[in-house]
Design a protein around this ligand. Structure first.
Ligand code: ZN
Length: 424
């Protein structure tokens, strides 16, 4: 890669490390959506000093938004000297709760042994820091560059992105002509390009029963036993069938290169938050939340139909069996082409920095790319960033300092290709 650009980034290693640590120190835990405002203001302050124009956009009325926990997003933009295309780096600033099992303070931004530790270190404050340094270094080396660079810090990705990228996409922030190319620095490993993700169908299945005294269950009808029949049918018919379905999508890990379903929760009968003793009741309702992940080769209608077929068969074979299904969330699978401009530009970066071909992957779960594509109708979008995917959401999460530096270089080469067209 360009010698000056590489050196400029290397010289800022300490700055990049400190920036990642500073970002980790904002405990932007979601839910509930803590510290969004100060974190957004911190990013804005940093980029304003580099003459970015900054906007705060609160996603009013979206899930979780309140005066106590406002859904504050920040979008910064720097316009080059002449017109050209716009590259947007989008990072979510929210993190999941720390959980148990940490050997250090998850929000202290501890730097040790070439790593920065903390909740969100790899997912994805390390990626945000790398993209900021990449953009600043690129601007310093190429002060006359054409086009524009945008950097956003958005909220609620971990809970679906409705108060973050979905909201902004609905307002035109992720559409042409404002933006042409989007890079999402999620932790997919520094030499891999993530082209998209599998589809999701979340739904709640409820079995119905009839209440009666628990000492005479034969007078009622137990909804939990009906749900037991549903689980048995899933074990016998559905799970083996899902396991047989393979995809051409390069999903990682390998085990996710097929259809999967998680039984996310089951609730039947009385809640367990009573005080004293429970009263003896036959439950008249049992609810199950399913999390079905599907492939490009499947349609959402087929995915739903599979479940309905199992349940309808139970209705025929099992006395008094009745059920309802309620959709919770639907996301279609998506995959950006490898020769799309942003994928090609980042691939060039990986070749220049690491001297090898990138690995192309698909995420087993979804991320904000879905909103960019579906709501913003922008298809030139990938995820690329430092950090090891398997460390996300784990105790003692960390991001490697050398990894951040190298992926900042890849991002800078990507910028160079997309904005200056160098080497094309
Ligand atoms: Zn993430």
């Amino acid at each position: 890669m360009d010698e000056r650009l590489a050196r400029t980034i290397e010289e800022r290693t300490d700055e990049l490390t400190a920036l990642a640590a500073d970002l980790i120190r904002f405990p932007t835990v979601n839910p509930p959506g803590d510290a969004y405002r100060p974190c957004a203001e911190f990013i804005a302050e940093r980029l304003r000093k580099r003459s970015f124009g900054v906007e705060f956009i609160r996603a009013e009325g979206t899930p979780g938004d309140s005066d106590r926990y406002p859904r504050i997003n920040v979008v910064a933009r720097f316009d080059g000297r002449t017109r050209g295309s716009t590259v947007h780096f989008n990072s979510h600033i929210d993190v999941v709760e720390a959980g148990e099992g940490w050997s250090l303070d998850p929000f202290a931004g501890v730097m040790r042994d070439g790593r920065v530790y903390g909740r969100g270190a790899c997912d994805m404050k390390g990626g945000l820091a790398a993209s900021i340094i990449a953009a600043e270094a690129f601007m310093d080396v190429n002060p006359d560059f054409p086009g524009a660079i945008e950097i956003s810090g958005t909220v609620d990705e971990e809970s679906g992105g409705f108060g973050g990228v979905a909201y902004l996409a609905g307002k035109g922030y992720f559409s042409k002509p404002k933006v042409d190319h989007v890079i999402i620095p999620e932790p997919l490993n520094k030499d891999r390009i993530c082209l998209g993700h599998r589809g999701v169908w979340w739904a709640e299945i409820e079995t119905k029963g009839e209440m009666a005294h628990g000492s005479m269950p034969f007078l009622g009808d137990c909804a939990v036993r009906h749900m037991g029949a549903v689980i048995r049918a899933f074990e016998e018919e559905l799970f083996p069938a899902l396991d047989q379905k393979r995809t051409r999508m390069p999903v990682v890990p390998e085990g996710a290169r097929r259809s999967t379903m998680n039984i996310n929760a089951i609730h039947g009968g009385q809640t367990d938050d009573y005080s004293g003793l429970p009263s003896p009741n036959v439950p008249d309702s049992c609810r199950m939340v399913i999390d079905r992940r599907f492939l490009l080769e499947e349609t959402l209608a087929e995915v739903k139909d599979e479940i309905v077929t199992v349940l309808d068969r139970l209705k025929e074979s099992r006395k008094k069996f009745d059920y309802t299904i309620r959709d919770i969330m639907e996301v279609l699978p998506l995959m950006t082409e490898r020769d799309a401009p942003v994928a090609a530009a980042v691939a060039a970066g990986i070749r220049e920095v690491f001297g090898r071909e990138p690995e192309y992957v698909i995420s087993p779960g979804t991320y904000d790319q879905k909103h960019v594509t579906r709501i913003g109708h922008l298809h030139d979008c990938i995820a690329y960033g430092p950090g090891i995917l398997d460390l996300a959401h784990r105790p003692d999460e960390w991001v490697g300092i050398a990894d951040m530096v190298e992926s900042a270089k890849v991002m800078a080469v990507g910028l160079d290709r997309l904005l200056r067209g160098r080497g094309r």
